[in-house]
Ligand binder design. Structure first.
Ligand code: XMP
Length: 529
């Protein structure tokens, strides 16, 4: 199998909440896609030589003074371009058409009617294999009122006469609706037609080719240096470890830090899973006292995350020094490896200056201290979660490990609202154990993205036996998601919820109330902090 990526699609991000979804969709048909800032220069793009460019949607209006613009030279590169929503309006404006604020905001489902050509719409490469009427998802206020001269209209929706525009001679097209979202069921075919039929991409973004290239890149970066990897027992760090081990063997040492913020039995579970899965050097460090004392009195979520991030790095640096002192190798631990994923990068920092704002500093991205001496190795930085799982399976990791639910780096600390104390950790740990047990025994654990308990900083009155109680509240958070970027709460059977709730109230001392979180993401997030 080829290890060269012969073609890729470059997505220029104008700030749409769906930009990452576009990248995912494209990778689903094995074409590599990458997101760059909207203001990437034509020269840089020419050097990167993508087979096609997609201009994403975005919140701005093309005429507003601060509207993000495209380097006009990009239109001269001869690379096929597809605009989506804002991207389409920008194309229309840049080629001399007109975009205006529409009286009706077009939001939600609609029907796209493709214009018939003498040979039928399906003969055009973009619409290959598609029917002449398609369900689409709209989310726009502006619309194209005057087409640029060189362009034609290929389709319309109820409120947009120019819902699909194109200039086939230049291979520039635009869609007013969102082909990337699930609500446009045939949207993936449109993107696939653009990538394969118009851009002539070779679909060779496969798990095998990723592993091959990634190992080569790791060897290139690390050379003879040694790498420490903070292993959490979650999918991401474990797959990163397996990949690094394949690339550099014994130059890798993994550290499992017991930070006192872990779920019940996690430390031994990780040791066991690891021993069953591969023979990598693993060192366990008990740093729970340090973490918990540093968190004393801290209630602000971002401060908690920063403290935990700093503490992790301190442990890594101290351990590196200690290992170095005992080792005969002359090569120092110069590198720290992390299982950082694409969505972590996207939500925590703005990608190459795109306008997205910080929501939470995921500790493995945003919270690293400036005094850290390591260089980072992040082999999964370009991958979405399901791609990571595929890589893990290909590397021979067990399904049990690969389909473990995600668990955040800062652990139970971000599920204890308010101060983290040993007493409150005990309550949450016990409630969490019941949630996992019941989700597993009912068969729901592997059907959902995440299911966990959250300890709220709220006490309420209850009655137990004949006595008044005034105790803590647990919230249950069960969500389904494809990649953690958006999520919805799970419609669990009432009987299961009832069982979890009554077990928590009966078995966990200090809890007299259980609530179910029915918020989707957005506007909520999955974790409460
Ligand atoms: P949110 O709460 O941002 O979570 O909707 C999205 C996904 O990311 C996980 N998460 C983290 N993972 N370090 C991690 O490795 C973190 O600091 C962190 N915070 C959230 C969360 O569990 C969910 O799957």
């Amino acid at each position: 199998m080829s290890s060269n990526l012969t073609s890729k699609i470059l997505i220029l991000d104008f700030g749409s909440q769906y930009t990452q979804v576009i990248a995912r969709r494209i990778r689903e048909f094995h074409v590599y896609s990458e997101i760059n800032a909207y203001n990437t220069s034509a020269a840089k793009i020419k050097k990167a030589a993508p087979a096609g460019i997609i201009l994403s949607g975005g919140p701005a209006s093309v005429y507003s003074p601060k509207a993000p613009q495209l380097d006009q030279q990009i239109y001269e590169l001869g690379i096929p371009i597809l605009g989506i929503c804002y991207g389409t309006q920008l194309i229309a404006k840049d080629f001399g058409g007109q975009v205006e604020r529409s009286v009706h905001r077009e939001y939600g489902p609609g029907i796209l009617r493709l214009k018939s050509s003498p040979t039928g719409p399906q003969t055009r490469p973009l619409f290959h294999g598609l029917p002449s009427e398609i369900e689409v998802w709209n989310s726009h206020q502006d619309k194209i009122t005057v087409l640029p001269e060189a362009f034609q209209t290929f389709g319309q929706t109820e409120n947009s006469t120019n819902a699909v525009i194109g200039c086939p001679e230049k291979n520039i097209y635009g869609l007013q609706f969102h082909p990337e979202v699930g609500h446009t069921p045939l949207g993936k075919n449109l993107l696939e037609n653009f990538a394969l039929k118009i851009c002539k991409c070779v679909p060779n973004w496969t798990v095998e080719s990723f592993i091959e290239r990634s190992c080569a890149a790791i060897r290139d970066q690390v050379r003879e240096g040694r790498v420490l990897l903070g292993l959490s027992g979650g999918v991401d760090s474990t797959v990163a470890a397996a990949l690094l081990h394949q690339a550099i063997g014994d130059q890798l040492t993994c550290i499992f830090v017991d930070n006192g913020l872990l779920r019940a039995g996690e430390r031994s579970a990780v040791k066991e899973l690891f021993a069953d899965n591969f023979h990598i050097r693993l060192k366990t460090v008990d740093a729970s006292k340090n973490f918990i004392s540093k968190l004393k009195g801290v209630t602000e979520p971002e401060r908690k995350r920063r403290i935990i991030g700093n503490e992790f790095v301190r442990v890594f640096q101290n351990t590196a020094q200690e290992l170095q002192g005992r080792s005969s190798s002359k090569h120092p631990f110069r590198f720290l490896a992390q299982g950082t994923l694409y969505p972590d990068v996207i939500e925590s920092v703005s990608i190459a200056g795109n306008p997205s704002s910080l929501i939470k500093s995921h500790h493995n991205v945003g919270g690293l201290p400036s005094w850290m001496k390591f260089e980072l190795v992040e082999p999964l930085r370009q991958l979405f979660k399901d791609e990571v799982r595929e890589v893990g399976l290909k590397l021979g990791l067990s399904k049990e490990l690969i389909y473990r639910q995600p668990f955040p780096g800062p652990g139970l600390a971000v599920r204890i609202l308010g101060e983290v104390t040993r007493a409150r950790l005990r309550i949450l740990r016990e409630a969490d154990t019941i949630v996992i047990q019941e989700m597993k025994s009912s068969g729901w654990y592997y059907k959902v993205w995440q299911s966990f308990a959250v300890l709220l900083p709220v006490r309420s009155v209850g009655v137990m036996g004949d006595e008044r109680t005034y105790e803590n509240t647990i919230a249950l958070r069960m969500v389904e998601s494809r990649d953690g970027m958006t999520a919805d709460w799970v419609r669990l059977p009432y009987e299961l919820l009832a069982k979890i709730s009554s077990r928590i109230m009966n078995e966990v001392k200090g809890v007299n109330r259980v609530c179910y979180d029915i918020s989707s993401k957005p506007p909520a997030t999955i974790e409460w902090e």
